[in-house]
Design a binder for this molecule. Structure first.
Ligand SMILES: [Zn+2]
Ligand SMILES: [Zn+2]
Length: 263
C-alpha cells in the first residue's frame, strides 16, 4: 500500500487553523470552495484544510448519498489546488478528506484515493462497518459491545499511521453506564495522546447541540494530558464566520482546564 505523505499538524500550531471543512460534493453541504476560503480569510484563519467526506468503494453496488463519488475526486483535488496557488499570499490551503475506517473496504479505497495528490486524512467514524443500513455511531447505543467496537475501529485506524487526527472522537452516543463509557473512552484518549493526536472539539456539534462535544470525554482528555484543536466542520461557508460558537468551544475546553491549540 502507498504510504501517506507525512503531514504534521503541529507544524502549524502558531497559526489559526481549521482542518475540517466540506464542499457540495458530499451532497449535504452548500457554497463554493472559494466562499469557504474567503470567509476563512475574513475570520482570520491562516490555514484552511478541506476535508470533504471521502468517496468509498462499497460492495454490492451501494451508492452513497452522503459523500462524493470517486469520479468527483479529481475535480475536488483540482479545484483546491487552483485555490491554493491563487490565495497563497493570504492563506495556506490543504487538500484532505474525512474518512471512515471500514476494515473490509479501507485498503482498496485508500489505494484509489492515493492516485490523487492528498495532503492529509482525518478520521470521522460515522458508521461501524460500512454505510449500508447506516448504523450511525451517533445513534443512542446501550450495548457495551458498540462502544467497544467504536474504540476498536478508531485505534486500528490510528495504527495505520495514515490519519492526522480524529474528527469528533466523541460522536459515539453510548447511553449506558458512565463507568463503562469512561473505561473505553479513556483507552481511546490515551491512544490519541500516545500518537500525538489532539482531540477535536467540533463547532458544528456544539452549535447544533448534538451529543458531541461531550464534556465527559473532554474531561478524560484533560486527565490524560491531551491537547485540543477546534474543528469548524463547516458545511456552509457562513460557518467559517461563526465566531460565537468557535469561541464557545474554546471556552468549554478551558472551563475544564483543557489547552486549545491554535485559537
Ligand atoms: Zn458532513
Ligand atoms: Zn465533517
Amino acid at each position: 500500500m502507498n504510504k501517506f505523505p507525512t503531514f504534521n499538524l503541529y507544524d502549524y500550531k502558531d497559526k489559526k487553523c481549521n482542518f475540517h471543512a466540506h464542499t457540495t460534493r458530499c451532497k449535504h453541504a452548500t457554497g463554493t470552495e472559494r466562499e469557504y476560503v474567503e470567509n476563512a480569510i475574513k475570520a482570520g484563519f491562516k490555514v484552511l484544510g478541506f476535508s470533504d467526506h471521502a468517496p468509498y468503494l462499497f460492495e454490492g453496488g451501494h451508492v452513497s448519498h452522503i459523500r462524493m463519488f470517486m469520479e468527483e475526486l479529481e475535480g475536488y483535488v483540482r479545484t483546491i489546488e487552483e485555490l491554493k496557488s491563487e490565495y497563497k499570499n493570504e492563506i495556506q490551503i490543504f487538500t484532505g478528506l474525512e474518512m471512515e475506517y471500514f476494515p473490509k473496504l479501507f485498503d482498496r479505497t485508500f489505494a484509489e484515493i492515493m492516485k490523487y495528490p492528498m495532503d492529509y486524512l482525518i478520521l470521522g467514524q460515522h458508521c461501524f462497518d460500512d454505510e449500508v443500513g447506516f448504523e450511525y455511531t451517533g445513534r443512542k447505543w446501550e450495548e457495551e459491545s458498540r462502544l467497544e467496537t467504536y474504540v476498536e475501529r478508531l485505534t486500528t485506524a490510528v495504527d495505520t499511521g495514515l490519519f492526522t487526527y480524529v474528527a469528533h472522537p466523541d460522536i459515539i452516543n453510548y447511553v449506558g453506564d458512565a463507568d463503562i463509557y469512561e473505561k473505553h473512552m479513556r483507552r481511546l484518549a490515551r491512544y490519541l495522546k500516545d500518537h500525538n493526536m489532539p482531540i477535536e472539539i467540533n463547532v458544528n456539534g456544539y452549535r447544533e447541540q448534538k451529543q458531541y462535544p461531550k464534556k465527559a470525554f473532554l474531561e478524560i482528555g484533560v486527565q490524560e494530558g491531551c491537547d485540543f484543536i477546534i474543528g469548524v466542520d463547516a458545511h456552509r461557508p457562513e460557518e467559517m464566520l461563526d465566531e460565537e460558537n468557535y469561541r464557545g468551544c474554546i471556552a468549554l475546553a478551558e472551563s475544564i482546564g483543557g489547552e486549545v491549540l491554535w485559537k
